[in-house]
Write a protein that binds this ligand. Structure first.
Ligand SMILES: *Cc1c(COP(=O)(O)O)cnc(C)c1O
Length: 387
């Protein structure tokens, strides 16, 4: 790839087809997918209902802009809001959803300062990067947004920083990129309570954890908190680019006509896909994912905890992180698993991150976990000699 900026270190093969949860490369090699395209294709690939609906919309109209009414946007928003106290604003990515959340929080509160967390990831625009707790990816890009302070995730000391002069606290319930770090429910509830009593907005980034990934529609629903604003993208339209910011209707006067927008936002193709995704993701589906996620994490624990190179296994439902000893580089493990026919990704701190499609059969989940176990056992045999 000679005409592409080298912002990604790419594996030297190309995925050319997908069906269910199997992907094929240009040489016809098949892979079981434990990535979902980084938490996007939660319903797998080549899904007949999604494909048919998007194809039909494609032949009807692709794009209309936001100058006209959209019953599609209204239908999707109606299914997204947890209750009637919320409204939705569409955009095209997770980064943009977070950008909208930051803008709304500042304008609605009339305040500036945002409290964010170490090891968070919220995107790569100047706003979302400014609230991302990873200094390495900010190097060379100059001044970030002013008025951002940081605290440690799951640390009670964060509570002292939540004062009435903050506009918002922004966090992920499970830090995905940051190492699959799950919030302590008690800590999170204390943060939410302190926000409430201090008149500070709570923004929850559900870009990776939303849309059923953890076994509930949104992860925060399992932690007993209610955000003022939350953001969605990855799994929302199963791979058609889209994002959404969901926020309390009481903030609406700050987002009046002309205050915010995007040409492509709420595009009919994306909305059609999102509508089908949400229709499939009903209570029964989510209950099933909840059960499956529990099975998945239990099976992983059973298979891997006794391995010497595994220091911890964290996650909730269908997002799991296997924390590896430094002597077993996750990058090499990913390559070995690819060779064995399993696609996985990494997260910070030498973590193997697993994000299988939510539709994957238990037998395939087990097969993937078994491959991981066999691969990691090899490292125990080889000791630290491998690469
Ligand atoms: C992926 C991700 C983002 C960024 O989303 P993009 O669609 O890549 O802009 C933001 N927040 C979290 C938690 C994510 O996982």
């Amino acid at each position: 790839m000679q005409h592409i900026f080298p912002t990604y270190n790419r594996f030297p093969f190309e995925i050319v087809a997908g069906d269910g949860y199997t992907l094929s490369d240009q040489n016809g090699k098949n892979y079981l997918d434990f990535t979902s395209g980084i938490g996007v294709c939660n319903l797998g690939y080549n899904h007949p209902i999604l494909n048919q609906a998007v194809a039909q919309q494609l032949n009807q109209v692709w794009h209309t802009s936001n100058l006209y009414n959209s019953q599609l946007q209204e239908a999707v928003a109606t299914m997204l809001v947890p209750d009637e106290s919320y409204l939705v604003s569409f955009c095209n990515s997770g980064t943009e959803a977070n950008e909208a959340a930051l803008k709304l929080a500042r304008k609605a509160s009339g305040k500036q300062t945002i409290l964010a967390f170490d090891h968070s990831f919220h995107g790569r625009s100047y706003g979302s990067l400014s609230v991302t707790g990873n200094s390495a990816i900010k190097v060379g890009f100059g001044e970030m947004l002013p008025g951002v302070i940081y605290a440690q995730f799951n640390n009670p000391a964060a509570l002292d920083l939540i004062t009435p002069d903050l506009a918002a606290v922004m966090l992920e319930v499970i830090q995905g990129e940051g190492g699959v770090n799950v919030a302590d429910a008690d800590w999170l509830q204390a943060v939410a309570a302190k926000c409430q009593e201090s008149g500070v907005l709570l923004i929850v980034d559900e870009v990776q954890t939303g849309m059923g990934r953890t076994g509930s529609k949104y992860a925060f629903q399992q932690f007993g908190i209610e955000p003022d604003i939350f953001t969605l993208a990855k799994g929302l339209a199963n791979g058609i680019p889209v994002g959404a910011m969901v926020g309390k209707a009481k903030l609406a006067s700050a987002f009046g006509p002309g205050s915010h927008g995007s040409t492509f936002a709420g595009n009919p193709l994306a909305m059609t896909a999102a509508k089908e995704v949400l229709q499939i993701m009903d209570q029964d589906f989510l209950a099933c994912v909840h059960e499956k996620g529990h099975f998945f994490s239990t099976y992983l624990q059973d298979k891997l905890t006794q391995l010497d190179c595994v220091t911890d296994i964290t996650g909730l439902g269908m997002i799991q992180g296997i924390h590896l000893k430094e002597t077993v580089p996750v990058g090499q493990v990913i390559l070995d698993l690819q060779a064995a026919g399993l696609l996985t990704i990494s997260a910070k701190n030498n973590t193997l991150r697993l994000l299988p499609p939510l539709t994957m059969l238990a037998s395939k989940l087990m097969a993937g976990c078994d491959l991981i176990q066999e691969t990691l056992v090899n490292y125990a045999k080889k000791g630290t000699a491998n690469e």
